[in-house]
Ligand binder design. Structure first.
Ligand code: ADP
Ligand code: MG
Length: 293
């Protein structure tokens, strides 16, 4: 590759909102044959909405929301933001909490008075010996099939209700996937969410692979296994959770809205909120390298 053409291509990319940190990145991007996308905040806007608050015990909706928001007030997760905004718009006062803990990919926990509150995935609550009645798990899977992510709230070992959240695909998500596929690359969605939700949200995509319920610390291992099979992988992500996978990938691509951590871990940063720039970057890289060779 001539340094000159790479420099020109890098400049062209920058003008279009595709910031490539090093010349070699373009070369690597031109040989990428597998694009892996995070779901929340990458394929979707990451602006979650609370769809419903459903107590399943003695609590009212407001009380359940108040408990969840109080625990979530210290979390920076998109789920936490949505729950706290909904509580604020209902003028609910947050209760003081102690011993707040985040368990990545699972949820958050804290004490209110001397009661232990857990807000997170059903699998995690199950692992903490919290029992879900059959009708509740059935209801949750109905929601999940409609693309509604459910978080569960427990107090002192008993389930108290669920909160459903929705997120929408970015307007250019489908065209980005299709454009990449038309260039002959494989596409995979890698998410911490439930498979039912991933399926519902990505139902308009054909010929993609879907990995669900992948814990943040396991995302890079999935990328590694694809590389072990001979794939040259680009990982597209936005969150703190994605940083190790962005580093593991042959090319890490971050949306600039993302946290500073993921931007630092990436080789390519997309400065506008446009996912289609991923496909543009791939086109730019392939075209540049074709001219050079
Ligand atoms: P994603 O890959 O979709 O960005 P994460 O790996 O961050 O998701 O989280 C996976 C799942 O863990 C979420 O879908 C949610 O059910 C649960 N979870 C994570 N953080 C929180 C939180 N702060 N509050 C409630 N649930 C959470
Ligand atoms: Mg994410």
């Amino acid at each position: 590759a001539t340094p000159m053409s790479v420099a020109v291509a890098t400049g062209v990319g920058a003008q279009r909102g595709v910031l490539v940190k090093q010349g070699e990145t373009l070369e690597r991007l031109s040989s990428v044959n597998h694009f892996v996308f995070d779901k929340t905040g990458t394929l979707t806007t990451g602006q979650l909405n609370v769809h419903m608050v459903e107590p399943c015990a003695e609590l009212t909706e407001s009380e359940l929301l108040q408990l969840a928001a109080s625990v979530e007030q210290n979390s920076e997760h998109t789920i936490a933001t949505a729950i706290c905004e909904t509580a604020a718009s209902s003028a609910l006062k947050l209760l003081p909490i102690t011993k707040f803990t985040t368990i990545p990919g699972r949820g958050v926990t804290a004490y209110i008075d001397d009661k232990l509150i857990l807000v997170g995935t059903r699998q995690w609550l199950n692992s903490q010996d919290i029992h879900f009645p059959e009708h509740l798990t059935e209801k949750m899977s109905q929601y999940e099939k409609q693309g509604i992510s459910c978080v569960s709230v427990a107090v002192d070992g008993s389930i108290k209700g669920i909160i459903g959240l929705t997120d929408s695909l970015r307007p250019d998500a489908l065209s980005t996937i299709q454009l990449l596929q038309s260039m002959g690359t494989k596409v995979t969605v890698l998410s911490g969410d439930r498979l039912e939700v991933v399926n519902a949200v990505t139902q308009s995509f054909s010929d993609i692979q879907r990995f669900a319920e992948v814990l943040p610390q396991d995302k890079s291992a999935v990328v590694k296994s694809m590389q072990a099979q001979g794939d040259i992988v680009a990982m597209v992500g936005d969150g703190v959770n994605d940083a190790p996978a962005l580093i593991q990938a042959d090319v890490g691509i971050a949306l600039a809205s993302g946290t500073d951590v993921s931007v630092e871990s990436a080789d390519v940063v997309l400065s506008h909120q446009e996912l289609i720039k991923v496909a543009e970057a791939k086109l730019l890289a392939s075209t540049t390298l074709r001219i050079i060779r």
